[in-house]
Design a protein around this ligand. Structure first.
Ligand SMILES: Nc1ncnc2c1ncn2[C@@H]1O[C@H](COP(=O)(O)OP(=O)(O)OP(=O)(O)O)[C@@H](O)[C@H]1O
Ligand SMILES: [Mg+2]
Length: 262
């Protein structure tokens, strides 16, 4: 049995410098199995850069991201900075990222079935028609979406396709970077509900990057608040919302209107 309280991911002294800009400045935190961790903060505070480094999509300027070995709770595997293709395949499969703009991460010439097939092949699985339909359905898409190109799907359906593509690789962690921010409120609620259901049924760990504190309040168990590349506050969501300790967190909360609940 793996200890559920042992971190799944250890982030230590993570740093990213783009030219003169220190985008991420010595950030350390743990991520626990099957938790929903929100990463919030103003635009430019470094949230996306942290998410991309955790996912292995961005090289680190310093520090480390260690993912607990799949078979042994005691050992952590570290993503090598110059990873071999084989390492990246294994690590890349375990942590999937979904983005705000699904169109930019989907090949415009691949239909939904082909998107899933490619991902299944990447994960070393057979891209059967049955598997394609299964994963589309899992994300709430219909069999007649199979032959649709990205531009023939609605924004919400495109995000579902990205979720299906991530999910079919059987990840342990999904990093969602503003994945519902561009959708209108009713579609946003549907996609959020889908993510929560999948998190629960697949025991997923969800890292939820957003500037929308109302969404965070609805779903997150723990919150990290970033400002200018650093974590200025962290804690259980209730605590951060009801008794923020940092001035910056209070300012973020004040800037975010709380919807009236009847
Ligand atoms: N590829 C890049 N090249 C140069 N600078 C970059 C690059 N990516 C990010 N930055 C800079 O790094 C800093 C952090 O950017 P990042 O995208 O991580 O912020 P963010 O918190 O995700 O913001 P937003 O809420 O607007 O998405 C910003 O100053 C940004 O301009
Ligand atoms: Mg961002």
């Amino acid at each position: 049995m793996t200890d559920p309280r042992a971190p799944l991911i250890e982030v230590r002294n993570l740093r990213k410098v783009f030219g003169q800009t220190v985008a991420v400045d010595n950030v350390s935190f743990d991520i626990y199995p099957a938790e929903i961790l929100a990463l919030v903060g103003e635009s430019g505070s470094g949230k996306t850069t942290v998410g991309r480094m955790i996912s292995g999509l961005e090289d680190k300027s310093g520090g480390s991201v260690s993912l607990r070995a799949a078979t042994d709770a005691a050992s952590m595997e570290r993503l090598p900075d110059r990873y071999r293709k084989q390492d990246f395949r294994r690590y890349g499969q375990r942590i999937q990222m979904i983005f705000q703009d699904p169109l930019s991460s989907l090949n415009p010439f691949f239909n939904a079935g082909e998107v899933i097939s490619e991902a299944l092949r990447f994960a070393g699985q057979k891209p059967t028609l049955e598997a394609q339909l299964h994963w589309l359905k899992e994300a709430g898409l219909q069999p007649d979406h199979l032959h649709r190109l990205p531009h023939e799907l609605s924004g919400g359906q495109r995000q579902r396709l990205c979720i299906a593509r991530a999910l079919c690789m059987r990840p342990e962690v999904i990093v969602s970077d503003e994945s519902v921010s561009a959708l209108d409120v009713s579609v946003q609620a549907q996609i959020l509900a889908l993510l929560l259901r999948l998190q629960d049924t697949h025991d997923l760990t969800l890292i939820f990057i957003t500037h929308d504190l109302n969404v965070v309040r609805q779903i997150a168990s723990r919150v990290l608040v970033m400002k200018r590349g650093q974590i200025v506050e962290s804690g259980p969501a209730d605590q951060v919302f009801d008794a923020p300790r940092h001035e910056y967190t209070r300012a973020l909360l004040a800037a975010c209107p709380i919807p009236q609940v009847d």
